[in-house]
Design a protein around this ligand. Sequence first.
Ligand SMILES: [Zn+2]
Length: 371
Amino acid sequence: MAYTVPQLTDYSPAALEKAADESIAACQTESANVRSDADLKSFRDRWMARKNGILTQINDLWLKGAPKDAKREAGMRVNQLKARITELVESAHIAGGVDLLASERVDISLPGIRRPIGAEHPIIKTMHEIVGVFQRLGYSVAEGPVVETDYYNFEALNFPPNHPARDTQDTLFIAGQQSKPARERLLLRTHTSPVQIRTMEKMRPPIRIVIPGTVHRNDPPDASHSPMFHQIEGLAVDTNITFGDLKGTLDHAMKALFGSSVKTHFRPSFFPFTEPSAELYVTCFICGGSGKRDGNAPCRPCKQTGWIEVLGCGMVDPNVFEFVKDNGYDPKKVSGFAFGMGVDRLALLKYGVDDLQYFFQGDVRFLQQFG
Ligand SMILES: [Zn+2]
């Protein structure tokens, strides 16, 4: 016979105590009969439900129905009873089971969810390899904003006014800045070199940094161009840095990246921010410098020359140091070298991919080959 809350006529302490004891005994009995999650839920609802649960009924029948002079005694007893019942209900559990609702339980026998963790993108992987080579030489990593001012991207790097690189055919400018002075106009940086200036403004010499990052140019996408691509820039400044240091550092880096048998070769070049400037070539790591593939086929990546251009470099132009002279970069006292390379092109060569666009299309069938 299920317990029902009796109407009380006798409000004497003894009668109240008897009624409370019966109620507790009923709750204990029902609690012992809980066999399943469903039992547990209906047990809890039956006793605790705000609307018409047994505790609510007790409150309504015994307390509100009590005569005035018994209200105090009844209130105290009902409160004690409520606390005891709440305790019983909360500690109830499935007989022989664990004290948890099914929704709260973790079934440790279920197989886990396998989440594909993916792999490093081939360009990021190449970038990390290059950065790693220089980090082992004691270089630290510096970064800077992708949206730059004309000052950092061009002026402080010794680009003369009206240099063709500033042309909108090459550079992506932020729109609507005609009212600003030229040096404050915002653009998407066309190289990672502005970070050289930004770092020299913050750190006094000596410094050795590599600067990886994305850069933008106004190039329509094709097999070897993209409006967004990646560069790694390097800068070393100290007293008495010579072109010999530049050659030794880069020769070591190329051997670390492409294998100890590669040879390096410098050809004169021009960049506004270095003087003298050079392009660095390495022996083709695809044909080994012979210009020929298996079966005497011509080697395409090196255009049969046996040499591949990998980066531009040079001694920092004293005019560049003039912009950060106040932070210890007096061109009469310090010297340095800088270099910069296109990561995407190196990744193309390294992995034998013939279209740059594959790297940016996000096609898993292509990317998973590098996982
Ligand atoms: Zn070759």
